[in-house]
Design a protein around this ligand. Structure first.
Ligand SMILES: Cc1ncc(COP(=O)(O)O)c(C=O)c1O
Length: 505
């Protein structure tokens, strides 16, 4: 039986939101900074590679391309808004600007202010967050792709200042790019974080985030039930770098025994892949804080729609943006989210290791994020229907879906998530042969790896995410050979259930 969360915590509605007054619904004025050929007095301090400016002008990024003497750059230190900025002018600015810039001059927006003061809902943030100025005649509504590997400077003085970290101009797309910046600000807004760094894949985000924290001699504590690629990175690569990894079960049992003076970070994934166990996010962050560990969490399965760990105090959230964020199975992408300070470090790793995102992928990511709320809502609905059907089927041994009362993490899911998610798994009674037969017979469900797209998918974890693992490792990861993982898409649930029926016959 499904115990719906909608009575508990309504999907898409954070407890502190929906305090909309018509005035606060409208994004407030965001005053662009001004950069001239002569100097960069308006730039804010910090790492030269973060807080990328976004050029404003007739088009979204049009001034980036102009040769005018005075270029207006978004995200540079803003001019103070004068008290005369009221009436028509203020209203115009209200209409023309975005409040989602992670930082702009006087207004440093933290998760707190994004949600508390501005009171905008997550779907509004997904659509308008991070977008540059869109107004006036002939302005494109969709985000422009700045398909350029490199960017001009007006003179060598500007370049010198960039090299000295005194301005934050775009120089080269591996360091940052206006289209990437939109994606970063949008995801930071959605997660309630100060900043984000997009990357070429989820694994680029995970490896760059972990390497921003860990050095030779350091130790990491991680949950054992992880995406296989993350687990293999910890098993096959980190030991060669002098980094020791200790694994604990999702219930964190015995975790205190794993910590010592060399432990630097805690890494968790919840819900876990593929059996959808939950890690208690409050318990985990309490442990991390107690031992002064950097806390990282893979939020791919939950999505920012269903949980926002930054608000609990996690230092970094990572995503395979390939999945629900992009949502259409057409790009490989990743993102790390957190404080500006941590994101500066992650960006440095992306720059060193080269895992930067392509602007075309950033465009598709931005487009996908705009509908993530409605997609995840529908996927949760479909997953609930399919899990309920499978649970009653005589050929199914067990269904792993946190929305089912029979799932060991059901109560925890109700407590810490705003929906039960789009992923489920089930064990066939006949083990691997029965699971293979089922996967070979589905017609509407596609037999494919990955998740979070509009198409429903099935996969055998032992032949995909959890390949190249010993029986012992599979047992620890909670994977049995007869486990089938299902990623729910957006099709009609009646059609999906019909397909399951015929495949299970
Ligand atoms: C939970 C989770 N994290 C990270 C990744 C890695 O992401 P990517 O394939 O985009 O590198 C995956 C991929 O399936 C995943 O499922």
């Amino acid at each position: 039986m499904i115990d719906g969360l909608s009575h508990h915590l309504p999907l898409f509605e954070l407890p502190d939101q929906r305090r909309f007054a018509s005035r606060t619904m409208r994004p407030r004025a965001l005053v662009p900074g001004t950069v001239t050929r002569k100097g960069h007095a308006t730039h804010r301090s910090g790492c030269a590679t973060t807080g990328r400016p976004i050029c404003l002008g007739g088009g979204q990024f049009a001034d980036c391309l102009s040769r005018s003497k005075e270029r207006k750059l978004f995200g540079m230190k803003a001019k103070k808004q004068s008290s005369r900025n009221s009436g028509v002018v203020a209203q115009k600015q209200d209409r023309n600007s975005s409040e989602f810039e992670a930082k702009s001059g006087q207004r440093k927006l933290s998760g707190q202010t994004l949600h508390g003061l501005h009171g905008l809902g997550p779907q509004t943030k997904a659509i308008h967050g991070g977008e540059p100025n869109r107004c006036g005649v002939n302005g494109p509504v969709a985000t422009e792709i700045i398909r350029s590997s490199t960017f001009t400077f007006s003179n060598t003085e500007e370049m010198k200042e960039w090299a000295e970290g005194k301005n934050k101009a775009y120089i080269y797309t591996r360091y940052g790019n206006p289209t990437l910046s939109v994606a970063e600000k949008k995801i930071a807004a959605l997660e309630g974080a100060e900043a984000a760094v997009v990357s070429a894949s989820g694994m680029a985000a995970i490896s760059s985030s972990l390497l921003a924290v860990l050095h030779s001699g350091d130790e990491l504590i991680s949950t054992a039930q992880l995406y296989g690629g993350t687990y293999r990175l910890m098993r096959d690569v980190f030991p060669n770098m002098g980094i020791t990894v200790h694994h604990v079960q999702p219930d964190l049992c015995g975790i205190e025994k794993r910590v010592n003076a060399r432990t630097k970070a805690l890494y968790i994934e919840t819900p876990t892949n593929p059996t959808l166990r939950l890690v208690d996010t409050e318990k985990a962050i309490e442990f991390a804080k107690k031992h002064k560990l950097v806390a990282l969490i893979d939020n791919t399965f939950a999505t920012p729609v269903l949980q926002n760990p930054i608000r609990l105090g996690y230092d970094m959230v990572v995503h395979s943006a390939t999945k629900a964020l992009a949502g259409h199975s057409d790009i490989i992408a990743g993102v790390s989210v957190g404080s500006q300070e941590w994101m500066d470090k992650v960006r440095q790793m992306i720059i060193y290791l080269g895992g930067s995102m392509d602007p075309g992928a950033a465009y598709l990511l931005i487009r996908g994020i705009k509908t993530v709320g409605v997609r995840v809502e529908r996927q949760c609905e479909n997953a609930t229907a399919v899990a309920t059907f499978l649970e009653k089927h005589p050929k199914v041994e067990r269904v792993h879906y946190p929305g089912l009362k029979s799932h060991p993490s059901h109560e925890l899911a109700k407590k810490q998530m705003r929906g039960f998610g789009s992923m489920l798994a089930f064990d066939m009674k006949g083990g691997l042969p029965a699971a293979r037969r089922f996967c070979d017979r589905v017609r509407l469900f596609l037999l494919a790896a990955s998740l979070g797209g509009v198409e429903s998918l099935v996969i055998l974890p032992i032949y995909s995410s959890h390949y190249n693992m010993s029986d012992e490792e599979l047992k620890r990861a909670g994977v049995s050979p007869g486990t089938v993982r299902v990623s729910m898409g957006l099709e009609d649930k009646e059609d999906l259930i019909e397909d399951l029926k015929q495949a299970l016959e």
